[in-house]
Design a protein around this ligand. Structure first.
Ligand code: HEM
Ligand code: HEM
Length: 180
């Protein structure tokens, strides 16, 4: 039997950012699946416009989160865990950071290729990444959708890992990310 391990908790900013992203992503996927299918020469209105704005908020929070993380490093719990689990958690976290920055940026490029300006709820506009009708921008849309589903898969594994630690192993991994 290994001794219970003292785990360092995530700081309150890291927790706030983590759970805000969870909430925003839940809304964002729900919007993505209910918004009308996008055809040529459509306008960005209603749920489509909401998708662009929430996606922009997610992108901005993820950039803030990455910066916070770089300046406030917190080690993964390694002691007593098999190497594959530690590596798996590390790779999942790293790819979630990467995907949740790259994927919204690709959606943004696709919106521009469709001739749409991306704004944050109409308050301020983001610069154009590509010209209207850009073929790279259209390709970006396809990759955006593929990455959205890849992220969903990794999120599923991540949640399964968190619940396994909590309910099966009974260790403090989940607690270090919970509000208290
Ligand atoms: C993390 C944030 C985001 C998630 C999870 C997400 C998710 C998705 C998903 C699942 C689809 C496919 C919907 C379907 O099955 O028809 C989609 C399509 C799309 N999203 Fe996002 N999205 C995000 C951010 C953004 C952002 C920031 C923008 C633009 C500013 C954007 C623009 C688009 C566009 C234009 C499409 C249509 C792509 C096409 O059909 O070619 N998304 N998004
Ligand atoms: C949209 C869904 C989610 C995303 C994108 C996400 C993303 C992340 C990322 C990137 C980290 C690494 C944080 C860092 O080191 O900076 C993390 C940590 C963590 N997440 Fe999530 N997460 C999600 C949902 C959840 C859920 C639903 C739970 C609980 C059931 C959870 C539990 C945890 C825990 C416990 C940690 C700390 C892991 C450790 O110390 O090894 N996450 N999450």
């Amino acid at each position: 039997m290994t001794e219970p391990i003292e785990l360092k908790n995530y700081d309150s900013v890291a927790k706030l950012l983590h759970w805000s992203i969870v909430l925003l992503l839940a809304v964002q996927y729900a919007v993505a699946w209910t918004m009308p299918e996008i055809h040529r020469d459509m306008r960005a209105e209603g749920l489509i416009s909401l998708h662009l704005s929430i996606g922009t908020v997610i992108l901005l929070i993820m950039l803030l989160r990455l910066a916070w993380r770089l300046f406030h490093p917190i080690p993964l719990a390694t002691e007593g865990f098999p190497v594959w689990q530690v590596r798996g958690a590390y790779i999942a976290h790293l790819s979630l950071y990467g995907l949740l920055i790259a994927m919204p940026a690709l959606g943004w490029a696709n919106a521009n290729a469709r001739g749409w300006d991306v704004t944050l709820f109409g308050v301020f506009g983001l610069p154009r990444l590509v010209e209207a009708h850009s073929s790279i921008g259209h390709l970006a849309g396809d990759i955006h959708t593929v990455l959205a589903y890849a992220a969903l898969g990794i999120i599923g594994l991540h949640i399964a890992g968190a619940l396994y630690h909590h309910f099966r192993l009974g260790d403090g991994t989940l607690a270090r990310m919970l509000p208290r």
